[in-house]
Design a protein around this ligand. Structure first.
Ligand code: ADP
Ligand SMILES: N[C@@H](CCOP(=O)(O)O)C(=O)O
Length: 314
C-alpha cells in the first residue's frame, strides 16, 4: 500500500495574495494534513475516513479526492489497474489551512506514484490547481505548491514552472489557530472587490517584489517588517469573529505579525522565540478558539507531500 501525507498550508502568506504560501509542520510532530492510501483492488473503490470525514458530502461523487481518481483514470493513466483509494480527512473544511488542496495534492501524488506516470512536476501542479479551483471560486496555486513542494513558495502562472522556492529564517515560529468554525473560501473571495486602484496595485507589487528579494537575500527582519496585508484582510476581517481582538492583543505577547491564514478563519502569528509562541498560543486558546478549534506551534514543513509509514505519529 502507498500512503501519502500532504501538509496544511497558509495561502497568501500575508503579502502575496494568491501568489505566496507556506507549508506547516507542528513542532510536536503532529501530522497536520490529509493522508491518502492507495492499493491495488479488484475494482475501483473509494472511502473517506478520519476526524473530518463526516463534514464532507456523503456522496463519493462530491468528494474532491474521488473526482481526482476519476479524472486520473479517464485522462492521465488510462491503463492503471483498479485501486482502492482511502482519503483520511484530517483537516477541517473551510479552515484557511488549505484543506481542499491537501486532499487534491495527496490524491494525485498517491495515484501518480502508484501508476508511475511520466507527468512532469509542472503538469501535475497544473492538474492539482484545476481541481482546487473547482471549489474555491478561482484557480490559485498558493496552497497547492507549498503543500506539494514544502517550504515558502512564490507561485503563479507567471512564475517559471509555476513555483519558486524562497529561503526562510529557520528560527521563526508560526502559531496557527483554527477557531473552530468554517469560512467557505468562495464566500471569502466574494467579499473582495472585483478590481483595485492603480495606487493599490502598485503598492501590492512593490511590497511583494521587495519581500521576495529580501527573503532571497536572507534579510529576513526587513522582509518581516514589510508584512502587511492590504489586499484581503480589510475585506475579510469582518467575517472572522475575534480576529481584530487577536490582532490587537498578540503583539503585546511577542507576536511579530498576526495575519489571516488563506481565506480564514485560521489566523497565524510569526514569533521569534518559542516562549513568545507559547504565550500567543495560550491567549488564542483562551480568547479565539472554541471547543471545535485547535492551535499548533509550527515550523515550516520543508518536505512537502511525501510517503509515510502507517506507524507515523497522528
Ligand atoms: N476532500 C475534500 N476536502 C475538502 N473539501 C472538499 C473535499 N471534497 C469536497 N470538498 C468540498 O469543497 C469545499 C471546500 O471548501 P473551502 O472553503 O474551499 O475549503 P478549504 O478552504 O478548507 O480548502 C467544501 O464545500 C467541501 O464540501
Ligand atoms: N489565495 C486564496 C487562499 C485560500 O486558502 P484556503 O486555505 O482558505 O482555501 C484566498 O485567499 O482566497
Amino acid at each position: 500500500m502507498i500512503s501519502i501525507y500532504a501538509p496544511a498550508s497558509i495561502g497568501n502568506f500575508c503579502v502575496g495574495f494568491d501568489s505566496l504560501g507556506v507549508a506547516l509542520a507542528p513542532i510536536d510532530g503532529t501530522l497536520l494534513g490529509d493522508i491518502v492510501h492507495v492499493e491495488a483492488a479488484e475494482k475501483d473503490q473509494f472511502s473517506c475516513i478520519g476526524p473530518y470525514a463526516g463534514k464532507l458530502p456523503s456522496e463519493a461523487e462530491e468528494n474532491l479526492a474521488y473526482q481526482c481518481l476519476v479524472h486520473f483514470r479517464e485522462h492521465v493513466a488510462l491503463d492503471m489497474p483498479p485501486v482502492s483509494l482511502v482519503l483520511e480527512k484530517r483537516l477541517p473544511i473551510g479552515s484557511g489551512l488549505g484543506s481542499s488542496a491537501c486532499s487534491v495534492v495527496a490524491t494525485f501524488a498517491a495515484l501518480n506514484k502508484f501508476a508511475h506516470t511520466a507527468l512532469s512536476q509542472e503538469a501535475l501542479i497544473e492538474l492539482m490547481a484545476d481541481f482546487e479551483g473547482k471549489v474555491s471560486g478561482a484557480r490559485h496555486y498558493d496552497n497547492i505548491t507549498p503543500c506539494y513542494l514544502g517550504g515558502l513558495q512564490l507561485t503563479a502562472d507567471l512564475v517559471p514552472n509555476k513555483a519558486m522556492s524562497l529561503p526562510v529564517d529557520e528560527a521563526w515560529y508560526y502559531v496557527a489557530a483554527y477557531p473552530g468554525f468554517a469560512l467557505n473560501t468562495a464566500k471569502a473571495r466574494a467579499v473582495m472587490p472585483d478590481s483595485i486602484s492603480s495606487h493599490d496595485s502598485v503598492e501590492f507589487a512593490q511590497r511583494l517584489s521587495s519581500y521576495c528579494l529580501l527573503m532571497q537575500s536572507a534579510r529576513f527582519d526587513e522582509a518581516l517588517a514589510l508584512m502587511q496585508d492590504t489586499m484581503a484582510e480589510p475585506y475579510r476581517q469582518g467575517l472572522i469573529t475575534g480576529y481584530s481582538d487577536a490582532k490587537a492583543a498578540l503583539p503585546e505577547l511577542g507576536a511579530e505579525l498576526v495575519s489571516i491564514s488563506g481565506a480564514g478563519p485560521t489566523l497565524f502569528t510569526i514569533c521569534k522565540t518559542l516562549n513568545a509562541a507559547e504565550q500567543c498560543q495560550a491567549w488564542l486558546r483562551q480568547h479565539y478558539i472554541n471547543e471545535h478549534g485547535f492551535s499548533h506551534i509550527c515550523k515550516l514543513d520543508n518536505q512537502g507531500t511525501r510517503a509515510i509509514s502507517l506507524g507515523a505519529k497522528s
